[in-house]
Design a protein around this ligand. Structure first.
Ligand code: MG
Length: 332
């Protein structure tokens, strides 16, 4: 088999401002293995860069690989390093697998595409007023607001007053314990469905203190979780985990993390990075397994290279083509 890759510069529709910083573009990498395609997200706060991903992929040699069905062995044999690059290879192999069998991935996994929870749409951090205006203008069925800087109490109240949509919040680790102890009851009071990553990754004692709050929304961890072992380590401390292909290393790893979370009595939110339809459609094929879905990457960008999962309001519609089911944007 032949592996090749190319850079993919994603242009964001609006500046993406979160507790980790602001982006106007993101540099991802598209990977092709024969006719299969995958995508690696270069997420700055996970230490991933397009150059690092390219260096990782340059060292791979698939020329001696003849059987695309041995995905488990092929993925297990990948060298350690860049989870995003490993995810891209894993996604391309799954795409190839589905194409070889002429079936969409969700069917090969035995999943019902009509059982996907509605996705939330992310509102980047801005002034309370600007976020309220964005919330009022949004047609999506569920919104996730980015928090993690001063004025968060005002952001929470303003957005809640501006929309009747179900709301979620993501602090991206931007709060101190003191702030989180103050703001979680406020989120509960305003009916937020959940809060993601209230404290910096690694503050396990802080999570223990938050868990004991009498009034709080369910707490999910995202940046705290990279491996299945991390999920086990958070058992009993949080209500759920955010699983992302670029973080865990691909579809196979995500399936394992979803099973581990279930074994630990934790809910799963399936999330994405700033990614095109390539990586997000791959995740969407697993979405019937998640309690919450946050797969809005293609809605945040202006130059999606391909068509895959479609959005009807917050509902995800999976493509019926084989593998990932991606097709050119010119095809109707
Ligand atoms: Mg998050």
């Amino acid at each position: 088999m032949q592996l090749s890759f190319e850079p993919l510069t994603l242009k964001l529709r609006r500046p993406f401002n979160i507790a980790h910083g602001t982006s106007h573009t993101r540099q991802n990498v598209l990977v092709r293995i024969d006719g299969g395609i995958g995508e690696a997200a270069a997420v700055p706060y996970y230490g991933e860069t397009a150059d690092g991903i390219a260096a990782y992929l340059s060292a791979l040699d698939f020329r001696a690989v003849a059987d695309p069905f041995e995905i488990e062995d092929l993925v297990a044999a990948l060298p350690p390093g860049s989870p995003a690059a490993r995810a891209a290879v894993d996604i391309a192999l799954h795409d190839l697998w589905g194409q070889a069998l002429d079936q969409p991935l969700y069917r090969l996994f035995g999943l019902n595409p009509n059982r996907i929870p509605a996705t939330s749409f992310t509102l980047a951090m801005d002034t309370p007023r600007a976020m309220a205006e964005a919330a009022a203008a949004a047609s999506e069925t569920s919104l996730k607001i980015k928090l993690g800087a001063g004025d968060d109490a005002a952001r929470i109240a303003s957005v809640r007053a501006a929309t009747r949509a179900p709301l979620r919040a993501d602090a991206n680790g931007g709060w101190t314990r003191e702030q989180a102890l103050r703001l979680l009851p406020l989120l509960a009071e305003h009916g937020f469905e959940l809060i993601e990553q209230p404290l910096p990754a690694g503050d396990v004692d802080g999570l223990r203190a938050l868990a004991e709050l009498r009034s709080r929304p369910p707490i999910f961890v995202d940046e705290s979780i990279a491996t299945s072992a991390d999920i086990v380590a958070h058992r009993g401390l949080v209500d759920g985990v955010v699983v992302k292909l670029a973080k865990c290393g691909g579809i196979r790893a995500a399936l394992r993390q979803i099973a581990v979370a279930a074994a630990c009595d934790m809910d799963v939110m399936l999330g994405c990075m700033v990614e095109s339809s390539v990586a997000v459609t791959a995740a969407a094929h697993l979405a019937p397994l998640a309690k919450y879905v946050d797969l809005d990457g293609p809605l945040l960008i202006d130059n999606d290279p391909l068509r895959g999962v479609e959005y009807r309001g917050g509902r995800l519609v999976l493509p019926a083509g084989p593998g990932l089911g991606l097709c050119s944007r010119d095809v109707n």
